[in-house]
Design a protein around this ligand. Structure first.
Ligand code: NDP
Length: 288
């Protein structure tokens, strides 16, 4: 058996095309394009690359994108003032702060400071709460991308056994909520899980979001399962995922490659969240 390889680049382009159409319609209606601002503290090279990529992607779908780069020694009060200005700026629909931030800053404080309507990463308590409640909100981008890929390949979710390996706020937990909302039976695994290989073998849908190169081996995978590899690990052999790709191809029914799988979906859904945030904000103000 050879797995169907899920093409994240093609799926992401499909999402970007839908966003492009929504951006054009928004601009026609409101006389301006949705605005996305990326805030970066310090000059970490990886953050620099991510921020540039997000800005280019936003411009590529017709949004107005702006980058704010603050010195590494920026205090929480100084960052708060920048976020408050962006919260108050009517031309700004989405605000994201590139993580990780230097030690003097608190990620949870930052997530709380960004206005929930502009929290296009969906990491703030208000939006995570809405996700738990099943109310409309920006949903964290990576797990949203995973759901899109499953649907694009018509992989059955309702009633399926899903195992999510990893319980982070940005991937594992929201992923489990999204799968639960679609009536999968979800188990969340983490570093204290007993007999992880046996648990993984029960999964019709296996999502790996761990950050350990090729940890999930071929014999952990149920034959025919959908295996979604969120991991991005830099090794001497280049970028690899959390799943042993060559082994998984022999057993899985579907598999996302690394690179070119989940990765491209994350930015595509950031753009999608931004245009939806813009529509929600202006739609709400029109009704006032
Ligand atoms: P975190 O480091 O925040 O979380 C990792 C999770 O994996 C934790 O819950 C941890 O458990 C669990 N874990 C660690 N070791 C083991 C183990 N041996 N067995 C079982 N579980 C284990 O990572 P993120 O969720 O932020 O990211 C995960 C991976 O996904 C990374 O490689 C990251 O680069 C990638 N990523 C990719 C994105 C994309 O766009 N494709 C976007 C975001 C992340 P515990 O809680 O017990 O410590």
């Amino acid at each position: 058996m050879s797995a169907t390889i899920i093409d994240g680049k093609a799926a992401a382009e499909e999402v970007r095309e839908q966003v492009r159409e929504k951006v054009a319609a928004f601009a026609d209606r409101h006389g301006r394009s949705p605005g996305l601002v990326g805030v970066q503290v310090g000059d970490d090279p990886a953050s620099e690359i991510y921020q540039k990529r997000k800005a280019e992607a936003a411009e590529g779908v017709g949004m107005i994108s702006r980058r704010v780069v603050l010195p590494a020694e920026t205090t929480q009060a100084e960052l708060d003032a920048v976020l408050d200005d962006l919260n108050a700026d009517d031309a700004v629909d989405g605000v994201l702060v590139q993580l990780p931030v230097p030690d003097q800053l608190s990620e949870s404080h930052i997530a709380a400071r960004i206005h929930p309507d502009k929290d296009v990463d969906g990491f703030g308590a208000a939006n995570l709460g809405r996700l738990v409640r099943g109310e409309p909100a920006p949903v964290p981008c990576t797990p949203q991308g995973v759901m899109y890929m499953l649907d694009r390949h018509e992989i059955p979710i309702e009633g399926a056994n899903a195992v999510v390996v990893g319980r982070s706020l940005i991937v594992g937990k929201p992923q489990a909520l999204l799968l639960t909302a679609r009536s999968a039976t979800v188990t969340v695994a983490h570093s204290r899980t007993r007999d992880l290989p046996a648990l993984c073998r029960t999964a019709d849908i296996l999502v790996a979001a761990v950050g350990r190169p090729e940890m999930i081996r071929g014999d952990w995978i149920k034959p025919g399962a959908a295996v979604i590899d969120v991991g991005i690990n830099r090794t001497d052999d280049g970028l690899v995922g959390d799943v042993a790709d060559a082994e998984a191809r022999e057993v899985a029914g579907w598999l996302t490659p690394v690179p070119g799988g989940v990765g491209p979906m994350t930015i595509a859904f950031l753009l999608s969240n931004t245009v939806e945030a813009a529509e929600r904000r202006l739609g709400a103000s029109e009704q006032e």
